[in-house]
Design a protein around this ligand. Structure first.
Ligand SMILES: Cc1cc2nc3c(=O)[nH]c(=O)nc-3n(C[C@H](O)[C@H](O)[C@H](O)COP(=O)(O)OP(=O)(O)OC[C@H]3O[C@@H](n4cnc5c(N)ncnc54)[C@H](O)[C@@H]3O)c2cc1C
Length: 494
């Protein structure tokens, strides 16, 4: 007999984890499955980290609706879950007079979408607000509700809060197929056996189309991977305090230059349509493209400041917008499946999916209610996920107190980002234990400075091995096939 849950959520990205977190308020029993070694290893860990204001999506689309609705609740969600978030506003910068009409178009679109507080500022004002900006700036659109967040912690915090409220999380558990009772969901086959359930929430990101096809529904729905490549600049190189977008083109929002919450400047992403849903390689051409896009906004950027590069894959869908009269074919697909009872599809969740995730989660609950599910709220639900100490953010007195309490906070493991052993150990024993190097990196920002982990890596392997009680040979960078150590080099007995 398979173990039974009311709901199985497929995919531990920000969308699946936020959905689990909001649904954990109800008395439903919930299983969240993720095929990888950690949550948030897909698109949710490789994006621009922007909480979008909502002027970019096509009016009437689900992208627009969920973006604007979620933006309004981000302060609450980030506050409850202790997700680092800074609503510092954002700019769309026109360079040359020919780009100015683009700002008017976005302003009008933003108004239609219900984005508050936007207005166009002069070139002079933009130069004053961002002294590094291209002197050929002709004006900018200012959106005060835009912001930046820590996307890794958005996923981790939502999942942790879900788990603290009773959700079961199984990592390294791949969905393999449906158990159907006629055209009704009865369970799922996974790489860890079968689980019975009444609802399946398909939050499988790049593979959401494959999940639908396994249920024999939406044969026309297809996800196309669209890669975006980034460069990260050293903190010491240049300080950009703003979020700067170019005027968008047919290809998308374009290459932005943005501050990050960790103090680095991030530039990217370009946009390349691919066939391979796993191809996160960076390319010479892609990086050149990214660099020239960034230099258009900030000509003073120097390539010497680049300390890391990475790429993320957007899961571009082909769902038509359901609002009559809106001709748009890359909308989010958020629905109770019309053919398979109990299946909720969240497909084509590309940008602004990180921003929109809390609103998507609330929409899922509405869809379940509309389908007749009685959602009973638990009195015991705790919406708060307490933060763990971040040593370098504390003042001297607080640091001393922490070290007295636990001397491991006095041992610096990552010198560039100032991450201590105490913080690493706390993540290994957190409600969702960090069991790989990258899991610790995503949660603490360790290994992201100029030395890119050369100092901390051997020590982190040692700490993981000690705390998890396993051989150092079993410690991996990111799970399957990524062990750091291959063999002993000084085994005198051999
Ligand atoms: C380059 C780029 C820039 C972006 N910038 C922004 C931005 O600034 N702001 C913004 O709001 N949005 C942005 N986005 C979009 C945002 O990152 C995504 O919309 C969001 O992360 C999608 O989350 P998700 O949970 O749907 O997908 P994912 O994070 O990809 O998660 C899906 C999960 O499902 C799992 N899965 C798949 N198949 C199975 C299976 N068979 N069994 C079990 N698990 C499975 C995967 O392993 C994965 O962990 C950007 C995206 C990219 C790529």
């Amino acid at each position: 007999m398979p173990q039974n849950y009311d709901v199985v959520i497929i995919g531990g990205g920000v969308v699946g984890c936020m959905t689990a977190r909001f649904l954990s308020r109800t008395s439903l029993s919930i299983l969240l499955i993720e095929k990888d070694a950690d949550i948030g290893m897909g698109a949710s860990s490789a994006n621009s980290a922007i909480v979008h204001a909502g002027y970019d999506p096509v009016p009437g689309s689900l992208k627009a609706k969920t973006n604007v609705a979620a933006n309004a609740i981000w302060d609450t969600v980030a506050g409850e879950l202790s997700i680092p978030f800074d609503r510092r506003g954002d700019y769309v910068v026109a360079v040359g007079s020919e780009e100015l009409p683009g700002l008017e178009k976005l302003l009008e679109q933003g108004r239609q979408n219900g984005v508050p507080g936007m207005h166009i500022i002069s070139a002079e004002e933009m130069r004053h607000r961002e002294p590094n900006i291209n002197p050929a700036v002709s004006g900018a659109l200012w959106a005060p509700t835009g912001g930046i967040c820590d996307p890794f912690m958005a996923t981790v915090a939502a999942a942790e809060n879900a788990v603290q409220n009773g959700v079961t999380l199984l990592l390294e558990t791949a969905f393999e197929g449906f158990i159907l009772d006629g055209r009704k969901v009865a369970g799922v086959h996974t790489s860890r056996g079968d689980f019975g359930c009444r609802w399946v929430i398909n939050a499988a990101g790049m593979y959401a189309d494959a999940v639908m096809h396994k249920a024999g529904t939406h044969p026309e729905f297809k996800i196309t991977p669209r890669r975006g490549e980034y460069m990260i600049l050293d903190k010491a190189e240049i300080t950009i305090n703003n979020v700067l977008f170019p005027v968008p083109s047919e290809k998308g929002k374009g290459i932005l230059v943005t501050a990050s919450l960790h103090g680095n400047t991030l530039v990217g992403p370009n946009a390349q349509v691919l066939d391979d849903p796993e191809d996160t390689a960076v390319t010479r051409e892609g990086l050149d493209d990214t660099w020239s896009g960034a230099r258009k906004l900030i000509p003073g950027l120097s390539p010497r400041g680049v300390i890391a590069v990475f790429a993320g894959l957007r899961a571009m869908g082909n769902a038509p917008c359901k609002t009559p009269g809106v001709d748009y074919h890359h909308d989010f697909l958020i629905e109770c499946d019309a053919e398979v009872q109990g299946l909720i599809n969240l497909g084509g969740i590309e940008s602004p999916g990180l921003t929109a995730a809390p609103a998507i989660a609330l929409m899922v609950m509405d869809l379940m209610k509309e389908a007749g599910e009685k959602l009973e709220y638990k009195r015991s639900w705790n919406p708060i996920r307490p933060p763990r100490p971040r040593f370098h953010e504390l003042n001297r007195e607080a640091q001393d107190a922490l070290i007295r309490q636990d001397p491991r906070y006095g041992r610096m493991i990552c010198r560039c980002e100032e991450i201590t052993e105490g913080e690493i150990v706390a993540e290994i024993h957190a409600p969702i234990p960090a069991r790989t190097y990258d899991a610790i990196k995503r949660r603490t920002w360790l290994g992201t400075g100029r030395c890119l982990g050369s100092f901390d890596m051997p020590r982190v392997v040692e700490i993981l091995s000690r705390e998890l009680g396993v051989s150092p040979f079993e410690i991996t960078k990111k799970g399957h096939n990524s062990a750091f150590l291959q063999r002993e080099t000084k085994n005198l007995e051999a």
